[in-house]
Design a protein around this ligand. Structure first.
Ligand SMILES: [Zn+2]
Length: 64
């Protein structure tokens, strides 16, 4: 059930929620290992971090 037309703010909100949840799920354990991927450098977590950083960048300059 996806609405066909979303505003940019709605898209960014959904991306933020998804990336935030992904980041929590792939949060490294005390040894720095991802509990889902079982890898020390989780590619999923770094991708989610980049998404969040990019969204923050976009929100800093609204409409420009
Ligand atoms: Zn992971």
């Amino acid at each position: 059930m996806t609405a066909p037309f979303l505003t940019l703010a709605q898209i960014l909100n959904r991306l933020t929620l998804t990336a935030g949840r992904t980041l929590r799920e792939h949060h490294p354990d005390p040894e720095g290992c991802c509990p889902l991927c079982r890898a020390p450098d989780c590619a999923v977590a770094s991708a989610a971090r980049e998404v969040l950083a990019t969204i923050r960048l976009i929100r800093w300059r609204p409409g420009r």
